[in-house]
Design a protein around this ligand. Structure first.
Ligand SMILES: *[C@@H]1O[C@H](CO)[C@@H](O)[C@H](O)[C@H]1NC(C)=O
Ligand SMILES: *[C@@H]1O[C@H](CO)[C@@H](O)[C@H](O)[C@H]1NC(C)=O
Ligand SMILES: *[C@@H]1O[C@H](CO)[C@@H](O)[C@H](O)[C@H]1NC(C)=O
Ligand SMILES: *[C@@H]1O[C@H](CO)[C@@H](O)[C@H](O)[C@H]1NC(C)=O
Ligand SMILES: *[C@@H]1O[C@H](CO)[C@@H](O)[C@H](O)[C@H]1NC(C)=O
Ligand SMILES: *[C@@H]1O[C@H](CO)[C@@H](O)[C@H](O)[C@H]1NC(C)=O
Length: 447
């Protein structure tokens, strides 16, 4: 994947890497057995979500992910909606006229530049405790520099109205905004909650997770998602955890450690079940499409209801991911055809900035100088061509945040992780407030 600043660890770093790995494993192993120790959860989750690229199998990533995939199965116990086939060759692509219409007000929000802005950030990272996970609230960590908070993304040649809580809520009157994806989607969700509340304590906002079957199962680390309703305008903002966006089906319902069929051509059950309730949908996937995640999650590739066998094109995870993104874009397109008021976005990948290694091999992202590598995106196309191609010819819009986020290597959690394990940096997730706020501004400008 381009733009991911990844370099193979030099061999002299390996002993440190292994040590770090062992430490992480030792720290995390007992947590799995004592899931109620909630104070430890943030780091547990954080490490589980960082994507190992090396071939070293890690207990941490596997155990946590297994848990999360099992949880997501458990919570979708309500009866599944009738399976909607994705590839209806006739029906799935938008007609030419619909396409023109969709492109009319198009501005390329991904092209532009970062500008210093004293009105940023839009909320306080110390105050927005109600919605920010401690593992992403850099103001509550030992990080001393916050210059990364003082910038706004200015798309070239488009008018982006200043984000306003009240105008956002009034435009979203009676509407439901759903974000579905991995931890980077969850970051965008938390950012949006802070933006809409201004980071102020908001006791009036109701937790209505139960309406969507999203409650923490006994012994689970967390619910599979969160749903909040703003009663003043009856606006709902929701996040559902689905790292692949695919339906997961346990292969052995009587076994406690079952493998899962990951159906590349079927959207995740939660989305199929609840889509009729959504007015805005933002999907993302990307960082989980690697062998380690698949092994750890016990995911097995399925297409057309049958296992993908070695040697088939789809056995290559790059092709599998591409196939899924195309499938889901076409499926959502079909839903928009039936219900044109639905606005749907496929978000491009959030770039990683590990230098001199990966998350578990001593990789770091130490730069603290904003925009050291430039402030402008001048290219017309996306730096993440797969989702860009997937939405082409559909009514799904691209929320293209890759290149603009690529310029912000100083905005990651970096070495100030909650548990601050020596040598383990987070150059994948962002500090909040921070870069995902700009993703939401671009999103809101299009609603
Ligand atoms: C297209 O739709 C028509 C009528 O709905 C159907 O008879 C035909 O088989 C479809 N073609 C394909 C390729 O699905
Ligand atoms: C809230 O909005 C939903 C539609 O999104 C509507 O069905 C419901 O009646 C509304 N509730 C109130 C109290 O206005
Ligand atoms: C919101 O929904 C309620 C209940 O359906 C309705 O009475 C009200 O007019 C709606 N408001 C807007 C702004 O759509
Ligand atoms: C399913 O799991 C059960 C319990 O672990 C095991 O006894 C059984 O052999 C498994 N079935 C298959 C088909 O793997
Ligand atoms: C991705 O999948 C689509 C549809 O299945 C296909 O047309 C396209 O060639 C694929 N792209 C890549 C880069 O594999
Ligand atoms: C980042 O800082 C760590 C120590 O905190 C150091 O080991 C590492 O070499 C630094 N990386 C870069 C790219 O400067």
């Amino acid at each position: 994947m381009q733009g991911c600043g990844f370099h193979i660890a030099r061999s002299n770093k390996l002993p440190l890497a292994l040590l770090a790995l062992i430490c992480v494993s030792l720290f995390l192993w007992p947590w799995e057995k004592a899931p109620l120790m909630s104070s430890l959860l943030p780091s547990f989750e954080q490490f589980s979500i960082l994507t190992p690229v090396t071939d070293v199998p890690t207990r941490t990533s596997s155990s946590a992910d297994k848990k999360s995939s099992r949880d997501s199965i458990g919570s979708s116990s309500s009866k599944e909606m009738e399976h909607v086939p994705i590839f209806l060759a006739n029906d799935s692509l938008a007609s030419d006229s619909a396409l023109k219409e969709a492109n009319v007000e198009e501005c390329n929000f991904a092209k532009g530049r970062w500008v210093a802005d004293s009105t940023r950030p839009l909320y306080s990272g110390s105050a927005c405790k109600q919605w920010l996970s401690p593992m992403w609230a850099c103001r509550l960590m030992k990080r001393p520099d916050f210059s990364f908070e003082g910038f706004r993304w200015q798309p070239q040649g488009c008018k982006v109205p200043e984000f306003s809580r009240s105008s956002f809520l009034s435009r979203m009157h009676n509407k439901t905004i759903a974000l579905i994806g991995d931890s980077l989607g969850r970051q965008q969700f938390q950012s949006l909650m802070c933006m809409v509340t201004g980071g102020e304590l908001s006791p009036e906002v109701e937790n209505i997770g139960i309406d969507y079957g999203l409650v923490k199962a006994p012994g689970a680390l967390r619910p599979d998602g969160w749903v909040y309703r703003f009663p003043s305008t009856n606006t709902t903002i929701l996040f559902y955890w689905s790292a692949s966006l695919c339906e997961l089906e346990p292969l052995n319902t009587s076994g406690p450690s079952t493998h899962y069929a990951l159906h590349l051509d079927r959207p995740v059950t939660f989305l199929k079940q609840h889509l009729p309730r959504f007015d805005v949908l933002v999907l993302n996937t990307g960082h989980h499409w690697n062998r380690d995640k698949f092994r750890g999650n016990q995911w097995e590739l399925y297409a057309g209801g049958k296992p993908v066998v070695d040697g088939e094109e789809l056995a290559d995870l790059r092709n599998a991911k591409n196939f899924t993104l195309h499938s889901i874009a076409r499926w959502v397109d079909l839903q928009i055809k039936r219900r044109p008021q639905l606005k749907a976005f496929l978000r491009t990948i959030s770039p990683r900035h590990f230098v001199n290694g990966d998350w578990n091999t001593g990789g770091s992202c130490n730069n603290t100088v904003p925009l050291a590598g430039g402030s402008e995106v001048s290219q017309d196309g996306s730096s993440d061509p797969i989702p860009e191609a997937a939405v082409k010819g559909t009514r799904v819009k691209l929320l293209d945040i890759t290149a603009l986020s690529q310029l912000r290597d100083e905005g990651h959690v970096s070495k100030y992780t909650v548990k601050a394990i020596l040598g383990v940096h987070d150059c994948l997730h962002w500090c909040l407030p921070g870069i995902p706020d700009a993703w939401n501004e671009i999103l809101c400008a299009q609603l």
